[in-house]
Design a protein around this ligand. Structure first.
Ligand SMILES: [Zn+2]
Ligand SMILES: [Zn+2]
Length: 347
């Protein structure tokens, strides 16, 4: 099969012919029909993820058709259209047994712990615990776009954030996660403020549900601005970017007893950001993380898509062939265009 592969962190990525994968006993092989490009792939390529062993094939936001099934897989058969969360649970550890596959003790992460989906085929372990059937009404590109940023945003807003109608939600960063969080919080009946440094992204955030926007580059005091708009602070705030500044602002912009959810990754030099902990105590703030979403929570998200309340296809930006991934992946950390880039041609 053809795959985008690198042998050196930060080094060249090339399209090469590598052996076709075979399924493990509990796994499947999926023919990849669409796969998203994500800043996490850039982090991996840079060497920020200790799980990655070289040489490596990135890619973790995928949808496709089951091509081969392992002998111990019970629920899936060749030919089914499927997607999966980027964190796959093993199905049997204490976390998985409690329904928290997103923080499994033995995670399978395509594109990180194992070779990913920037390829014609990808092997996925623990199929019974992680595959999600794609409804006929959802195309492969849209399904692929759910696996990482959209599902993570859904969990951050709905499950971790426990958002309620009428609440103020601040979303720091209007990239893939931030725009998804904006759309989802709006669909849940919240008032969303989007914060970014790019007016084009903020304009786009308005089209997916933001009622107010703050350009952090032109605003002297972002926290004060959010407090003014919300009349005292956000009930729920998401750091959808993952930087010391957005993390600090997200905690600081909350009203008393508000919730901060950290979604953007904090890696390399950003692992220990300053947090206004005095405010956390005095205001009884909650600080939560959000890490993917379990396969068993997909039906709630898919139902909102089927009902037309969520339109993840609006967040898809460019569609590129696999050959373009060699230049598109290294560029992921730079200021990108609006929306999610999807690889949808693999020949
Ligand atoms: Zn991702
Ligand atoms: Zn597990």
């Amino acid at each position: 099969m053809k795959a985008a592969i690198y042998s050196e962190f930060g080094g060249p990525i090339s399209i090469e012919t590598v052996p076709d994968p075979t399924p493990t006993k509990r796994g499947v092989v999926i023919r990849v029909e669409a796969t998203g490009l994500c800043r996490s792939d850039w982090h991996g390529w840079m060497g920020h993820d200790p799980d990655i062993r070289l040489p490596h094939v990135p890619g973790h936001e995928l949808a496709g058709v089951i091509e081969a099934v392992g002998s111990d897989v019970g629920s899936w058969r060749v030919g089914q259209r499927v997607t999966l969360p980027f964190v796959c649970g093993c199905g049997s550890c204490p976390q998985c047994s409690a329904g928290h596959q997103q923080v499994c003790d033995r995670q399978f992460q395509p594109g990180f712990t194992h070779w990913g989906s920037f390829a014609q085929y990808v092997a996925i372990d623990y199929a019974d615990a992680n595959l999600v059937a794609i409804p006929e009404t959802i195309d492969f590109a849209t399904a692929a776009s759910l696996g990482c940023r959209f599902a993570t945003a859904f969990r951050a807003i709905v499950d971790q954030g426990q958002v309620r109608g009428g609440q103020w939600v601040a979303v720091h960063g209007a990239g893939g996660v931030g725009l998804s969080a904006t759309m989802i919080a709006n669909a849940m009946g919240a008032h969303v403020i989007a914060i970014d440094i790019d007016d084009q992204k903020l304009d786009f955030a308005r089209t997916v549900g933001a009622v107010a926007t703050v350009n952090a580059q032109n605003t002297e005091d972002v926290v004060a601005e959010i407090q003014a708009i919300t009349g005292g602070g956000a009930d729920l705030s998401i750091d959808a970017l993952g930087s010391p500044t957005t993390c600090f602002n997200s905690v600081a912009c909350l009203r008393k007893r508000g919730k901060h959810v950290q979604v953007g990754l904090m890696l390399a030099d950003h692992q220990h950001p300053p947090v206004p902990m005095g405010k956390v105590i005095a205001g009884e703030l909650e600080i939560l993380g959000s890490h993917g979403m379990q396969a068993h929570r997909y039906p709630a998200m898919l139902a909102m898509i089927a009902a037309g309340k969520l339109k993840p296809e609006k967040l898809i930006g460019t569609r590129i062939p696999l050959s373009d991934a060699v230049t598109a992946l290294p560029a992921m950390n730079r200021h990108q265009g609006t929306g999610v880039t999807i690889i949808d041609r693999f020949a």
